[in-house]
Design a protein around this ligand. Structure first.
Ligand code: A2P
Length: 283
């Protein structure tokens, strides 16, 4: 496993196991337990995934020292604002029950983000959270919020894959040393991506599958990538990307696949309202 050093000095494993849409009370426990056995040391959850309890239980039962596992969770919109975020952070800490949270993110950047961020900075100072970051920030949202933040985000977790390389936001993030975390890093099963001749050609050359080539590209590009799989074989093999490297010419060929288009536009009208109504987190 490779590690990346964040702008606050903390280290994060460059591949994380995502648990979005995996139910609590069993399935997430099983999935995280298997991922940890397969060698993952980074689990990406969120209050709005409704499975923090199972993530925590799997981490506690794993027999692996707590310090060796990196756990991310995220604050949901209903908890924005200073007081709300204090409450949301305590709820996540209680549900996870693993002592501290390695990385906590503003899940969706709308409403009183500045107040939420102050509460997150305080929780970091108190050692309840080790690193803090944001998610789904477009250049417009970044420019709206980040200049006023005292602590610059350690990460911005956004949609990223070779067809959607987020070149604009990456320029802004470079100024604050903020690392990109990729969600939907495999294009969420987009056949046009997994069957792209550039990628299948490289897969043949290196004796890897298309997914491994994509994940290698992302890690080699300096990102943290969060592939999702329910297939035990792919869960395992998606970690096997540290025994080869793409050449600079191959990296450039991968970079040229960018279309600038993804599935989620955080600036689109109605997105904030739709997300606000999507989930209610209960204590
Ligand atoms: P499966 O669960 O059957 O492995 P993303 O992480 O971009 O959301 O993509 C997830 C999708 O990609 C899932 O449909 C998953 O299917 C599939 N997938 C995961 N790993 C690989 C891989 N190495 N090669 C091809 N498809 C993969």
């Amino acid at each position: 496993m490779d590690y990346i050093t964040l702008n606050d000095g903390n280290r994060i494993p460059s591949i994380g196991f995502g648990v979005f849409l995996i139910p609590n009370n069993g399935p997430t426990y099983e999935a995280v337990s298997k991922a940890l056995k397969a060698g993952y040391r980074h689990i990406d959850s969120a209050a709005a995934y409704f499975n923090e309890e199972d993530v925590g239980r799997a981490v506690r039962d794993s027999g692996i020292p707590r310090e060796e596992i990196f756990v991310t969770s995220k604050l949901w919109l209903q908890d924005h604002g200073y007081e709300g975020a204090k409450h949301g952070i305590e709820r996540s800490l209680r549900k996870l029950d693993i002592g501290f949270i390695d990385l906590y993110l503003v899940h969706q950047p709308y409403g009183d983000v500045a107040g939420a961020w102050r509460a997150m900075e305080e929780a970091k100072a108190e050692g309840k959270i080790r690193s803090i970051g944001v998610s789904n920030m477009s250049p417009v949202l970044w420019n709206k919020f980040i200049p006023d933040f005292k602590t610059k985000p350690a990460v911005n977790q956004v949609e990223f894959n070779p067809l959607f390389q987020q070149k604009e936001i990456r320029k802004l993030m470079a100024e604050t040393g903020t690392k990109l975390e990729a969600w939907y890093p495999l294009g969420h099963g987009n056949a046009g991506l997994l069957c792209h001749p550039v990628i299948t050609g490289l897969a043949k050359k290196y004796g890897k599958n298309a997914g491994q080539i994509i994940l290698r590209f992302e890690v080699q590009e300096g990102m943290i990538t969060l592939p999702k799989s329910t297939n035990p074989e792919r869960i395992r093999t998606n970690l096997e990307i540290f025994d080869f490297a793409l050449t600079e010419e191959e990296m450039n060929r991968m970079r040229s696949l960018d279309t600038g288009k993804g599935s989620h536009n955080p600036d689109a009208p109605g997105v904030e309202e739709r997300l606000r109504g999507a989930f209610v987190i209960e204590d």
